[in-house]
Design a protein around this ligand. Structure first.
Ligand code: SF4
Length: 361
């Protein structure tokens, strides 16, 4: 491990979270909050194989004579739009924490909607993932974007909005937000969220998620596996049991990504698989709350299954994926193969992924 300076992902803790971190009777701040939000000197330590951000998936294209900003694409059906990189609080483990800051204008957003609806490479797109940053920090911008999608991208059937606002500042889930998320005529709205510990589900948080559901949004969860926060089977069982109770769909249990300075948050893949087994094959939760255990690789998400790991070196695993190189270039003509990936003899992408060392815990 070589010591290195990190990017500039400053500590940001919302007043709501600060109050929760200071108001616990008879004890210090809950570990599940401090480990997620308080800056740690260990972030200064990095490994040359860690990267400053998640996979490269920006669409490098001009449309209507303008350079597109805040658009990503890797898959056939889904286009990503990032209205802003601002969040209510900074999750220290965020895969986007070291990205440049950017907020799109309404002109940008309307152009993206037209791009989605008319560019030939988007003919198969049926979903838009609105992410960031946290888009629900700029509710009016999201309202405008949803109207633009309804007007210009009529083949889009689902708009997903990725947010942690209900956990970080639940009072923001107010009438204005619920109006912005009102049903549109051409697509349904889904909310993607990361709930990582059952303790995060304070009464206000539960009310905020319930209000979003009442407004018509379906909610799904992508829990991030974090060392010291939720890497015990009892914690995961309790969490996913609660999600079932709250009618929040269990989508992914994400292995914490090898972003620069994040090693102290990461379990090994083997530990993650063991926890996944104890969560999903134990009979302790409903069979309807089994997430997929997935890794965020340089070519996209890979859910682990039999035969996924086809090689190892000192600290990495080589993963076989079902991503076809030919398809990828068809869907995203500007995409370039990352240095960590290669094309197998069968035309599918293989990719190296940095494991973590459990013994350092
Ligand atoms: S709210 Fe989302 S985008 Fe913002 S820091 Fe947390 S994980 Fe990252």
């Amino acid at each position: 491990m070589a010591g290195a300076k990190n990017g500039n992902f400053s500590e940001k803790i919302s007043p709501y979270l600060r109050q929760k971190m200071s108001s616990r009777r008879g004890g210090g701040a809950p570990k599940f909050l401090t480990l997620q939000y308080a800056e740690d000197p260990l972030e200064k330590i990095s490994n040359a194989r860690e990267s400053p951000r998640y996979y490269q998936s920006e669409v490098h294209a001009t449309f209507e004579g303008e350079v597109l900003r805040g658009v990503e694409k890797l898959y056939r059906r889904t286009l990503l739009v990032e209205p802003t990189t601002i969040c209510a609080a900074h999750c220290r483990w965020c895969i986007r924490g070291q990205c440049d800051t950017l907020t799109l204008s309404n002109d940008d957003l309307e152009r993206i909607a037209r791009y989605c609806g008319t560019a030939p490479e988007n003919a198969d797109v049926r979903e838009i993932l609105v992410t960031g940053g946290d888009p629900l920090i700029l509710v009016d911008r999201v309202d405008f974007l949803l109207d633009s999608i309804e007007r210009h991208a009529t083949d889009v059937e689902v708009v997903r909005i990725a947010t942690r606002v209900p956990l970080q500042d639940p009072r923001r889930v107010d009438k204005r937000m619920l109006h912005a998320l009102r049903p549109r005529s051409t697509f349904r709205i889904e909310i993607a969220t990361h709930i990582n510990h059952p303790g995060e589900l304070f009464p206000e948080v539960r009310e905020a998620y319930a209000a979003l559901q009442t407004a018509g949004a379906r909610i799904y969860d992508q829990t991030v596996l974090l060392r010291g926060v939720n890497d015990e089977p009892e914690t995961l069982v309790e969490l996913f049991d609660e999600l079932r109770h709250l009618d929040i769909e269990a989508h992914y249990l994400f292995h914490c990504s090898p972003i620069r300075g994040m090693d102290h948050h990461r379990t090994s893949i083997a530990r993650g698989l063991d926890l996944f087994r104890q969560l999903s094959c134990s009979g302790k939760t409903s069979g309807r709350v089994k997430p997929q255990f997935a890794l965020m690789t340089d070519v996209g998400k890979v859910s682990l299954c039999e035969g996924s790991i086809i090689g190892r070196d000192k600290d990495r695993v080589l993963l076989k994926t079902g991503y076809s190189y030919g398809d990828r270039l068809r869907w995203v003509p500007t995409w370039t193969l990352p240095a960590s990936a290669s094309v197998g003899g069968d035309g599918f992408l293989q990719v190296w992924y940095l494991d973590a060392d459990e013994k350092k815990a």
